[in-house]
Design a protein around this ligand. Structure first.
Ligand SMILES: Cc1cc2nc3c(=O)[nH]c(=O)nc-3n(C[C@H](O)[C@H](O)[C@H](O)COP(=O)(O)OP(=O)(O)OC[C@H]3O[C@@H](n4cnc5c(N)ncnc54)[C@H](O)[C@@H]3O)c2cc1C
Length: 494
């Protein structure tokens, strides 16, 4: 029986299916057996137990390269390098070429952006506006080694502000002031005394009901940008030999921090005194000069006219008070509302500078200064001179002679200056002022006038710029004319 079944199974032929896979190898299916699932043999896997030699370094390297290539991120490296390089190139171009042109505070032929960082309404139509140069910190960093202050009391300068909507420009006089803190009711407005404070300025402006620019500036919101160009020098003070010898220290907000004036060289002509006549915002050029570094070395008689007391910012009053206390300023205020008017002016005197002969004193003074410097270098062993021993001997002899002659001449004042500290200086000046109590104007050799047309005419006559040279050819009349002032010693600023 078993034999018969076995034969039947062997002889059974499976009917071929349409989609049946083609058999490629392995065992032939047993004939006569109906299989539920077609058997498909797997490809043979050879397992070997042979000992493989370790891969050679070149094989290892090749394997590493293949593995690296398989990392999907590595495919982006070339693109990332190209993108990074392009960004760097753009940044460098921008930094070295495009932005470079903008790394200055002011330029007379190009408008620069300034942001309104503070605005204070003083009265109905007067404002204090602080402007800060855009990118100020970047400019300060780029200028670190070659920083020169834009403030200099030896000249009066202004900037032009553009109103872009109606394409007009107007001139304004910047003051070397900025808001150091604004936490209390009254902001603390400070004089720009150091490099780190550069790049800011304060404008004192008056708005007119029909006026375009001042009204627009006063209504422009805080942190908006204005476009400025300059500086434009409106007036430069006449040369005086002392300008070569010494600078007067700049005013400070704290009197005790004001360095004492340097001793003026003996043989030099004394500095000249000036009269400044300013009305309304016309006071700004004079305050610019008095608050800047290198202010006038002589005394200034400032005649300040205003419609009301309220229109004068408090900071002006306190700084002018300090100037008075340090004997730099005689300050006379005329408030129209109180019926105060200038009715008289002092007569003129001739300049203390006697012409080219005085220059010899400057030369001598400079020689002495150089010699002293040389001696100090030698003392500290910093001389770069090859013949230093000979030079030292010569310098010592010369200096001894100079010191002897100088001692005889300036002994008393020298002794005084040695013991003078900043505080002593301020105190001495204060006491001197209190004792003397003399408020009469100092004799001046030059008068400057600035303000509305009517005011200028009243003080000094009408200016006349109707000539090809565009210089003021108008005769001096008014109060100054009556006291003998002429075109040679009067300057009208308009
Ligand atoms: C070198 C220089 C520096 C200056 N510095 C300052 C400054 O620091 N602060 C400042 O506020 N101004 C200053 N000015 C004046 C300033 O340039 C503008 O003339 C003034 O702001 C008016 O311009 P506005 O566009 O507002 O008025 P505008 O449109 O020019 O004038 C409109 C009307 O306002 C009246 N008006 C204009 N100016 C005066 C005036 N001075 N007196 C009386 N009425 C006037 C006129 O009646 C005019 O019809 C300076 C001018 C010069 C030349």
């Amino acid at each position: 029986m078993n034999q018969r079944i076995l034969r039947l199974v062997r002889n059974y032929a499976v009917p071929a299916k349409k989609n049946a896979p083609k058999l490629t190898g392995g065992l032939q299916p047993l004939q006569g057996i109906q299989l539920k699932k077609q058997y498909i043999p797997r490809p043979n896997q050879r397992v070997t137990y042979e000992h493989q030699p370790p891969p050679s370094p070149s094989e290892l390297k090749a394997e590493k390269v293949i593995r690296k290539r398989r990392n999907p991120w590595l495919r982006f490296i070339p693109s990332l390098v190209v993108i990074g390089g392009t960004v760097w190139l753009l940044f460098s171009y921008n930094y070295f070429f495009v932005e470079d042109e903008d790394l200055e505070f002011l330029n007379p032929s190009e408008f620069k952006k300034y942001t309104i960082t503070f605005k204070q309404q003083i009265d109905e139509d007067h404002y204090l506006i602080e402007l800060t140069r855009k990118n100020r910190s970047k400019i300060l960093n780029s200028m670190k080694l070659k920083m020169t202050s834009m403030w200099n009391g030896h000249r009066l300068w202004s900037v032009e502000i553009k109103q872009p909507d109606i394409s007009i420009v107007r001139k304004y006089t910047p003051l070397p002031l900025y808001v150091a803190s604004n936490n209390s009711e009254e902001p603390f407005i400070k004089i720009i005394n150091s490099e780190g404070e550069e790049g800011k300025m304060m404008l004192y402006i008056k708005t007119y009901p029909e006026g375009e620019m001042a009204r627009w500036i006063s209504q422009t919101p805080l942190y908006s940008d204005l476009e400025l160009r300059g500086p434009f020098v409106d007036y430069e003070f006449p040369f005086h030999p002392l300008d070569k010898a010494t600078d007067r220290p700049q005013l400070r907000n704290v009197l005790s921090k004001l360095p004492p004036d340097s001793e003026l060289p003996e043989d030099m002509p004394s500095p000249d005194n000036y009269n400044f006549f300013g009305a309304g915002t016309g006071i700004s050029p004079f305050l610019q000069c008095l608050y800047s570094p290198n202010p006038p070395k002589g005394k200034v008689n400032l005649f300040h006219s205003a419609n009301t007391e309220e229109e004068i910012p408090k900071v002006f009053s306190s700084l002018n008070y300090f100037l008075q206390k340090t004997s730099r300023l005689n300050y006379y205020r005329f408030i129209r509302d109180k019926g105060e008017m200038i009715t008289d002016v002092p007569a003129s005197v001739v300049s203390n500078y006697r012409g080219y002969k005085d220059l010899k004193f400057v030369k001598e003074y400079e020689e002495k200064k150089l010699l002293k410097q040389k001696m100090e270098q030698l003392k500290s062993g910093n001389s770069t001179d090859d013949n230093s021993s000979t030079a030292a001997a010569e310098s010592q002899v010369k200096l001894a002679q100079l010191q002897d002659s100088e001692k005889q001449r300036v002994e008393p004042s020298l002794a005084k200056s040695k013991s003078t500290s900043y505080f002593d200086n301020a105190l001495q000046l204060l006491l001197f002022k209190r004792e003397s109590n003399d408020n009469s104007p100092s004799p001046a050799s030059l008068s400057l006038v600035c303000g509305p047309e009517g005011y200028i005419s009243y003080i000094s006559g009408t200016p006349d710029f109707n000539n090809p040279e565009n210089i003021d050819a108008g005769e001096v009349s008014g109060l100054l004319g009556k006291k003998g002032w002429t075109k040679e010693n009067v300057k009208r600023l308009q």
